[in-house]
Design a protein around this ligand. Structure first.
Ligand code: 2BA
Length: 109
């Protein structure tokens, strides 16, 4: 069994959850925020049998868009990072940041 941790843009979270459910993946959705931009994002925990992993990755690819973000020079994020970066700064966020972990044991008690 695998545990997939997927960090996605808030704007993609609802349609992703709908399509994961439609494909019969069980999910837990957590509110999270990125350490760099300090904006809200959404983290999905998805436990699945290893044989369904490719299908799951496809659903993530289909539902998570890449987005360009600009960190303006007046942003609080910029103010805390200005020693190391020049602003305004462009970063590409997502589609999804995905970690796949082997599950040693799984219980529903
Ligand atoms: P944030 O930490 O807010 O990062 C947003 C985007 O800013 C990142 O997009 C990346 O393009 C850029 N970025 C992050 N750290 C940077 C740095 N030190 N210097 C320059 N640019 C930087 P993504 O890579 O697509 O990440 C989207 C979100 O996924 C992240 O939001 C974070 O919440 C999560 N994430 C990404 N990699 C991670 C990792 N290795 N471990 C834990 N969470 C991660």
């Amino acid at each position: 069994m695998k545990m997939v941790i997927a960090i996605v843009n808030d704007s993609d979270a609802d349609s992703l959850q709908r399509n994961l459910n439609k494909a019969r993946f069980q999910t837990t959705k957590l509110s999270s925020s990125g350490g760099f931009l300090r904006e809200g994002n959404t983290t999905f925990l998805i436990g699945t049998e290893a044989k369904y992993l490719d299908e799951l990755i496809e659903v993530l690819k289909e539902n998570c868009e890449h987005r360009d973000k600009t960190v303006p020079s007046m942003s609080p994020v910029a103010n805390t990072l200005e020693d190391h970066y020049s602003f305004p700064m462009h970063v590409e966020v997502g589609g999804a940041t995905v970690f796949v972990i082997d599950v040693e044991q799984f219980y529903k008690i």
